[in-house]
Design a protein around this ligand. Structure first.
Ligand code: NG6
Ligand code: CA
Length: 517
């Protein structure tokens, strides 16, 4: 008998022992399949590029905890997020519907309404139905509250609690957007009712200093945008007043959300749980805790990467100490590609040195080129998967249907129609490519990958963004690349392969027009 089989049996025995101790909750959990349902932890990082992780080739920075997942799990080399920015990627991840099929899924304002309709079937809905306790901790950026936005001073509804999560602890939008407060379940954390929060993204509100008018108060200066209300010495996107006691301290953010994530695992260690741990690192403003400052030699962007690696280590250590490692499926990935200057002068450009955040790929966050959506993906489940590398083409759009299959949940027909069950590939049983894959740039331009070919549809938006120094990849003419020979997308071969081009164009139109893909 193999070691894996022995481990499985001992875990089964342990689970049986645990479940008999938990007889009070047994009836609630009767939908759990007889075989072991693994705990599921999805570590969703922000703006981490393909080349930012040492197991993916970074040499200027070392990420030992993330690398541990690569050593003990499966490292995917051709994994994609749906989109090159955050909100749409998260929408696709949680709903299994491509974000470009729905209006209003672009980068959400800090006071946006909840973008996911509570009637939609979501990944946490299905896992909850399978008997999992579900939690989201960290960056949300999918809007909160009804049309017109949330009531920051009252009950925030609808919220993640209305789309399948049993509990939530959120950075509502991004670190660089107001309001700079945490939301736990339906309330702002630590809010003094005598000091209500007001937020505006149109005109100044209240009389607090702004980055534009009071640069002398800043500890980090904006490079573009980000010149509105100053909180903690950093000017943000949007105006805010009030909520003084509730405001976060950026330097403590990773500690705060990591502690919440660890606490959730500890509380639910005896039953199947799903944790969507959505880090703020390494999004701007990059303001890591003092213990990481200066440690990477690459300025705050590199230091934030070390802080992220620490957070991952805390999660893995918690699993070890609770003896949950063997039967927990840990997924590590990113919401979009990397960006070096995303709006603050934080030395990321000056201290980049030889580091290549996008690895061998062209473009970055926002881009139609590969670096926009091609991200690290690591998956570890010691009870089930053999460590290794998989070159299979995969997309986060398939997480919903794949995890539904894993937990024996049927996806209701008409829901999550873009999500395909790709579980055998994710678990390493198969290395078959997804038949085709769609990438969604910030410009709205879609790209289609099929086999070795990548087609980028024509788009009138700029090719290059000088603020972020990103090749966005938009061109008024069609682009076709042979990724097998040219992964850096340097040779547009559309004119040499008119028949491939028209085939790709026709397929993309068909996917756009259809309800699934
Ligand atoms: C952009 C911001 C950028 C970042 C991004 C969202 C400016 C000039 N730039 O509009 O800093 O916040 O939105 O990033 O405001 S994401 O990863 O959440 O999609
Ligand atoms: Ca992001």
């Amino acid at each position: 008998m193999s070691i894996k089989a022995l481990q499985l049996i001992s875990t089964l025995l342990l689970m049986t022992a645990c479940s008999s101790e938990q007889s009070s909750s047994a009836s609630e959990k009767e939908t759990i399949p007889e075989e072991i349902s693994p705990n599921i932890i999805l570590i969703y990082t922000d703006d981490v590029g393909y080349g930012d992780v040492s197991s993916y080739g970074a040499t200027e920075i070392t990420t030992p905890n993330i690398d541990r997942l690569a050593e003990e799990g499966i490292q995917f080399t051709d994994a994609h997020t749906t989109s090159a920015t955050c909100t749409p990627s998260r929408y696709g991840l949680l709903t299994g519907q491509y974000p470009w099929r729905k209006d209003g899924t672009g980068i959400a304002r800090g006071d946006a309404a909840l973008i996911i309709n509570p009637d939609q079937v979501t990944l946490p809905d299905l896992l909850k139905q399978a008997g999992y306790t579900t939690s989201v901790v960290g960056k949300w950026h999918l809007g909160l509250g009804p049309e017109g936005g949330p009531d920051w001073n009252g009950e925030i509804s609808p919220s993640p609690l209305d789309i399948g999560f049993d509990e939530s602890f959120l950075i509502p939008a991004t670190g660089d957007r107001v309001p700079t407060v945490y939301v736990a379940n339906r309330r702002v954390v630590g809010l003094d009712p005598q000091d209500p929060i007001q937020v505006s993204f149109r005109e100044p509100i209240g009389d607090e200093p702004t980055g534009r008018d009071n640069p002398e108060l800043l500890k980090m200066h904006p490079s573009h945008g980000h010149d509105m209300t100053i909180v903690n010495g950093i000017s943000r996107i949007g105006y805010m007043t009030g909520g003084g006691a509730a405001r976060w301290v950026d330097e403590d953010m990773a500690d705060t959300i990591t502690a919440r994530a660890v606490n959730f695992i500890e509380r639910y260690q005896n039953e199947p749980f799903f944790l969507y741990f959505s880090t703020h690192d390494i999004h701007v403003p990059r303001v890591p805790h003092a213990r990481f400052v200066g440690k990477s030699g690459m300025g705050p962007r590199g230091d934030a990467m070390l802080q992220l690696d620490w957070s991952v280590g805390e999660i893995l250590n918690t699993l070890d100490s609770l003896q949950l490692t063997e039967n927990t499926l840990v997924i590590f990935t990113s919401d979009n590609g990397p960006v070096v200057d995303d709006g603050y002068h934080d030395e990321a450009v000056e201290k980049l040195g030889g580091h290549k955040p996008a690895g061998p790929f062209r473009g970055g966050k926002y881009s139609a080129f590969e670096a926009g959506t091609r991200v690290p993906l690591l998956l570890r489940w010691p009870n089930r998967t053999e460590p290794g590398v998989s070159d299979a083409l995969t997309s986060q759009i398939d997480f919903l249907a794949s995890l539904a299959a894993l937990t024996k949940q049927a996806v209701p027909s008409g829901s999550a129609t873009d999500s395909q069950n790709n579980l055998d590939v994710l678990l390493g049983d198969s290395k078959e490519n997804r038949e085709f894959l769609i990438e969604h740039a910030a410009s709205g331009a879609l790209s289609l990958i099929k086999g070795k070919w990548k087609y980028i549809e024509p788009n009138d938006r700029p090719f290059y963004n000088e603020n972020t120094d990103t090749e966005l990849g938009n061109m008024p003419e069609p682009q076709l690349y042979d990724l097998s020979a040219d992964q850096g997308e340097l040779q547009n071969v559309a004119n040499q392969h008119p028949e491939v081009l028209s085939e790709m164009q026709a397929l993309l139109e068909q996917i756009k027009a259809g309800e699934s893909g």
